[in-house]
Ligand binder design. Structure first.
Ligand code: PLP
Length: 495
């Protein structure tokens, strides 16, 4: 019988020159990639916090024919790091205060490298027992960091949106037993849009999501909720769950979890806490009250890719009774012909994490948190969260001390809102427009990034100070830019 030649058409394509590189090339290109990573991580402050290109420019750069033949990997890496990947917001820039700015961390970058190389899949125990154990440990550490009671468990997902969807799917199945008619889900208008999107994906129409107006402090108002529940029950509707937001994205407001838990207990409703951003405050002394209340919820979303300094996608959903996730998601519940999966069924005390969430093949997102906690220690994370709180206090004090700045919402979970107000009288519409002008002008300097949001219907400047690369001098310099932009815009409008 003829042996296929090593380079002939029968040769396995995973070989040098086809789908693989020589060991030397892998090392060379890998070293260059690490250099690019280190430059990126060290250079954050040396570039503007925001770079954007037009769709036409980017089409010119990237819209190209399918590459039939390969090209030099080092040149490709350089191209990406120089021309493509920097286009966007640099969330790790110390003067980036937009959305939820945070650094990643280097061990987490290496974690992604390793888990890619090892094709780690914490899905079925048979497929990835080591990766599964890493994820279970990372979940347990997260539970401990947040002070959640024993028994809570869960899994890593892409981010807060999928964590909310996963928890609410379990809530729907547990509380509604398959009947969606007249079901009602409650949150405040300040909840994240991923809640409304989850409701839609779970088969609820828009009338089945009740978004209540918040109180003056932008929190879900327990009295308004209780009244609405009574009315809905009297009308024969079927309330099944409430979403409390722990740190609304706009102003950082924390819904009163303990009071909401009392109402949910009375009405046998599932209480989901969306702490994607704000739950991390439970790591600190100031978050003690929240820490005590967290365990009153039935489920919790936390995004380590926000205030636990991880790269994307590192989200986590935690549930008081993880078996309820299994009830919704376990493969066997969704029987088609799964004969090929039988060899991968969990035996004895093995755990198949693909039974607890919507993905079967899943990346080892947990390794990022695991490796960075092991490298730096939990105390470093607690200090970094504290630092974000102190920065927002510092910003608030500077704003309060200046006659042309006024604080609109006090710092909460590292978020505050304020307005620039020129001396003298100014009509409300001009003052509103001025906030947008100031934001645009500050961003245009290329030195800082500060965006707007709305509070009680009026535009305000919003600052999120949780970036561990930011210091008080960055806050001061940014507020100076606000003052300069505000004065210049006010002068221009007088001319
Ligand atoms: C409170 C809250 N929930 C959910 C999300 C969605 O998280 P992700 O973007 O990770 O899906 C966000 C994002 O900012 C958020 O602030």
């Amino acid at each position: 019988m003829n042996q296929p030649s090593a380079q002939g058409s029968d040769a396995a394509p995973y070989r040098e020159g086809e789908l693989a590189l020589s060991a030397d090339r892998m090392r060379q290109t890998g070293h260059r990639a690490v250099d690019l990573v280190v430059e990126r991580l060290q250079d954050a402050a040396r570039h503007p916090p925001h770079a954007v290109a037009s769709p036409a420019d980017l089409a010119g750069l990237l819209h190209e024919p399918l590459p039939e033949q390969g090209a030099d990997l080092t040149a490709l890496l350089e191209h990406l790091a120089r021309d493509v990947l920097p286009l966007g917001i640099r969330f790790d820039h110390p003067r980036c205060f937009a959305f939820v700015p945070t650094t990643g961390n280097y061990p987490a970058v290496l974690a992604d490298l390793l888990s890619s190389a090892f094709l780690s899949v914490p899905g079925a125990w048979l497929v990835g027992s080591g990766p599964t154990r890493v994820e279970l440990t990372a979940v347990a550490w997260l539970r401990e960091l947040l002070g959640l009671p024993d028994g809570w468990g869960g899994l890593f997902v892409s981010g807060g949106s999928v964590a909310n969807l996963t928890a609410l799917a379990a809530a729907r199945d547990h509380r509604l037993a398959g009947v969606l008619a007249d079901a009602r889900l409650y949150c405040s208008t300040q909840a994240h849009p991923s809640i409304a999107r989850a409701a839609h994906l779970l088969g609820l129409d828009r009338s089945q999501l009740t978004a209540l107006e918040p109180d003056r402090a932008q929190r879900l108002d327990p009295r308004a909720l209780a009244a609405r529940l009574e009315a809905d029950l009297a009308a024969g509707l079927r309330p099944f769950a409430v979403v409390a937001t722990l740190g609304t994205t706009g102003t950082g407001a924390i819904d009163p979890l303990a009071e909401l838990a009392g109402i949910c207990r009375r009405h046998r409703l599932w209480l989901h806490a969306d702490g994607a951003h704000g739950a991390a405050v439970a790591l600190t002394d100031r978050g003690r009250e929240l820490r005590r209340a967290l365990g009153l919820a039935d489920s919790l979303t936390i995004d380590p890719h926000k205030w636990l300094f991880q790269p994307y996608e590192t989200g986590c959903v935690l549930v008081r009774d993880p078996e309820l996730l299994k009830h919704t998601f376990r493969m066997a519940r969704h029987h088609l012909d799964t004969g090929y999966l039988h060899p991968a069924e969990a035996q004895g005390d093995q755990i198949n994490l693909d039974d607890y969430g919507p993905q079967q093949s899943r990346g080892l997102r947990a390794l990022k948190l695991w490796l960075s906690l092991k490298t730096f220690g939990a105390a470093a994370f607690r200090r970094a969260v504290e630092h974000g709180l102190r920065l927002s206090d510092h910003a608030a004090a500077r704003i309060a001390a200046h006659s042309e700045l006024s604080l609109v919402t006090a710092p909460s979970v590292g978020i505050l809102t304020f307005r620039y107000r020129p001396p003298g009288t100014i009509d409300p519409r001009t003052l509103d427009e001025l906030q947008h002008t100031v934001s645009r002008a500050v961003c245009a300097t290329g030195e800082a990034m500060l965006l707007t949001t709305r509070v009680h219907g009026r535009p305000v400047l919003r600052m999120c100070t949780i970036n561990p690369a930011t210091g008080p001098a960055d806050i001061d310099a940014t507020l100076d830019l606000v003052l300069a932009a505000g004065r210049s815009a006010s002068r221009a409008s007088e001319d």
